[in-house]
Each structure stands twice: as C-alpha cells, then as structure tokens.
Design a protein around this ligand. Structure first.
Ligand SMILES: NC(=O)C1=CN([C@@H]2O[C@H](COP(=O)(O)OP(=O)(O)OC[C@H]3O[C@@H](n4cnc5c(N)ncnc54)[C@H](O)[C@@H]3O)[C@@H](O)[C@H]2O)C=CC1
Ligand SMILES: O=C(O)C1=NCCCC1
Length: 302
C-alpha cells in the first residue's frame, strides 16, 4: 500500500476561502438533498483529560468521495492546539486507502467557510459591524472568511481574557471590549467561537435582525447561547439529526429548528434576512470530505 501524507503546510498553501466557500455551499446542498451517506459522528469521552475524540465518516457517490475525519478536542489544552485532526481518504471503487492528510487546517477553515455561507444568505446586505466572542483559532478564521463576503467597517472582539481580545483586535484592525454586551450591541453579525459550556450571548443584548453564527457548544449539555435567544430567533442548523443529538443550545432550549442550511441554499426554505437568525453549527463529516477532495484537486494543479 502506498499511502500519501499531506501535511498541514501543504493544505494551508493550497486552500483558499474563495474556493472553499462555494465548495461548502455545494456540500451543504448535497447533504440536505440526501445525496450523502453520513451517520451522526461518534464521540468518545476521555474523562481524565476533559477531552473528546470524534469519528466523522461520509461518502458522496456523485463525487466518488469517501473519507473519515478523526478529530480530538481538548478544550483545556494550553501549550498545544485544542483541536487536532487527521483525514483518511479512501478510493471509493475498491476501498484502498490513498491519502492521509492533516485535518486541523481543514477543520479551522471549513467551519468558517460554512459560517460564511450562512452569513451570505442570512445577514443584511449592508451589514457593517461584526462582533466576535472568543479569540482563538476559529475567531481568526471566521474574521477572514466573513470579511470575504461582507465589507465590515467595524470588528468588535470580546474574549474572557482581555489581552487576547486586544491581540486579535490589533491583528485585524478591530476593537477589544470588556463586556459581551458592549461588543455586540451594534453588531449586524455575531460569531460565538468560545469553549464555554454556559451561555455567553444573551437575547436582550442582540439587536433585532442580527445574524448569529453559533459555532461552539457541541455537546448535548453545553450551551453558548441564551435559550431565550434560541427560541425567539429563526433557527438554522447544519444537520437536524445532529442538532437533536449533539447541541445543548438546541436540546435544552427546546427551540424549533426552521431549516437546515442546505435546505435554505437549495431554496426549499426561506432565508429570513429581516429577522434575527441563528445558525447553529456543529460540523459535518461531508464538509471535511469535500474539503479534502478540494485539497487533492488543488495539489494536482499546484
Ligand atoms: N461547529 C464546528 O464545526 C466547530 C466548532 N468548533 C468549536 O468552536 C469553538 C472555538 O474553537 P477554537 O477557536 O478552535 O478553540 P480555541 O481553543 O482556539 O479558542 C477557544 C476560545 O474560547 C475561549 N473560552 C474558553 N472557555 C471559555 C469560557 N468558559 N467562556 C468564554 N470563553 C471561553 C478561549 O479563551 C478562546 O478564546 C469551540 O467550542 C470548538 O469546539 C471547533 C471546530 C469546528
Ligand atoms: O466538526 C468538527 O470538526 C468539530 N466540531 C465540534 C468541535 C470539534 C470539532
């Protein structure tokens, strides 16, 4: 067996949001039109380390794409990244393993690319203020991805540790805030990218008509969003089945899911731009599989 390895630096070199965002839009459509075989991911808890291992397989017959991502998330890591992953790609005709590639860069970029798809459809066309809660890997990636689809005049950042918010604000020409309330009060688009397991964003702080990308809290007993905000917003998810199994924000609030993002992109469900909208992101294996396919195609060209 001759299995090729694609390291993080190669993935980073070839992958750009200009190609990844349309690829994710296409993956979401395929997922919601049931053209993808994908179980809800399995999660193994590593209690002693407060860590988790996720196993995320998917197959798209139309793309002849078969792969699995193995991802760990150890929110308490400090000297190494909190999220680590590899993706194994198989030949869908004969099952032979072909490639193993880094999955960390793909996880970082495809998550933000999916939020960019949500924002493209659900945020006001003239959205000018972006608020980001959290200052880690996803915060940076989201600022880059979302800035490619809207022209933000202001980027407001709140983080638990003010100096981290200030550092990120310095990097992106934004402003660091002491409180979430101050950071989000004028925001047209809000991104929550924290490892919090309790709500950080309250309904009363959010301007009507704002679009929220809720990216953290991927466990059934974790929340990042005030349940009142979940219930009073038009709620989009990446996968209904996963949201009902994995998302504390959805399960504990008992909020009604209006649509999968893919259903909205397909035009089966409305994009409720005028209303307050929440996109609850959990991450789908097909996003990783189609990102890995894109990386392989781009590597052949570069
Ligand atoms: N929906 C999806 O597809 C994906 C979701 N995620 C989730 O996105 C979130 C951010 O991920 P990364 O940026 O990669 O992690 P990171 O470790 O780089 O950053 C985490 C951020 O959360 C903050 N934080 C930690 N505990 C907090 C608390 N109790 N209250 C407020 N802030 C807190 C940290 O200070 C830091 O700013 C995580 O919840 C992660 O699991 C990550 C990858 C994919
Ligand atoms: O989709 C992913 O990849 C992840 N989602 C939730 C947090 C861990 C990684």
């Amino acid at each position: 067996m001759d299995i090729k390895f694609i390291p993080a630096e190669d993935v980073k070199r070839v992958l750009h949001f200009s190609e990844l965002i349309p690829q994710m839009e296409s993956a979401l459509k395929k997922f919601s039109s049931k053209n993808v075989e994908q179980p809800v991911r399995s999660i193994v808890s590593v209690k002693e380390a407060n860590g988790f291992l996720g196993v995320m397989p998917a197959y798209s017959s139309t793309d002849q794409a078969l792969a699995v991502k193995l991802v760990t998330f150890y929110p308490q890591n400090t000297d190494v990244p909190t999220h680590n992953a590899i993706i194994a790609v198989f030949n869908s005709h004969n099952g032979i393993p072909e490639v193993i590639m880094d999955g960390e860069v793909i996880t970082t970029m495809r998550t933000a690319a999916v939020s960019a798809v949500a924002t493209k459809y659900l945020a006001a066309g003239d959205a000018s203020t972006l608020a980001v809660l959290g200052s880690g890997v996803q915060a940076r990636s989201h600022i880059q991805a979302l800035s490619s689809i809207r022209s933000f005049k202001k980027i407001n950042i709140w983080s638990r540790t003010k100096k981290n918010a200030e550092k990120l604000a310095g990097e992106v020409g934004g402003t660091a805030y002491d409180s979430v309330q101050e950071a989000v009060k004028d925001a047209d688009v809000i991104v929550t990218v924290t490892s919090s397991s309790t709500p950080v964003l309250m309904k009363d702080w959010v301007k009507p008509g704002t679009h929220v990308n809720a990216v953290g809290a991927c466990r059934p007993d974790w929340q990042e969003i005030d349940p009142d905000l979940m219930r009073s917003s038009v709620l989009y998810v990446d996968s209904r089945e996963a949201a009902m199994k994995e998302s504390g924000d959805v399960i504990l609030s008992k909020a009604d899911i209006f649509a999968e993002l893919g259903e909205m992109v397909l035009g089966v469900k409305e994009a409720e731009v005028q209303k307050t909208t929440v996109f609850k992101s959990l991450g789908l294996a097909i996003e990783d599989v189609m990102s890995a396919k894109l990386v392989q195609q781009l590597m052949k060209m570069n």
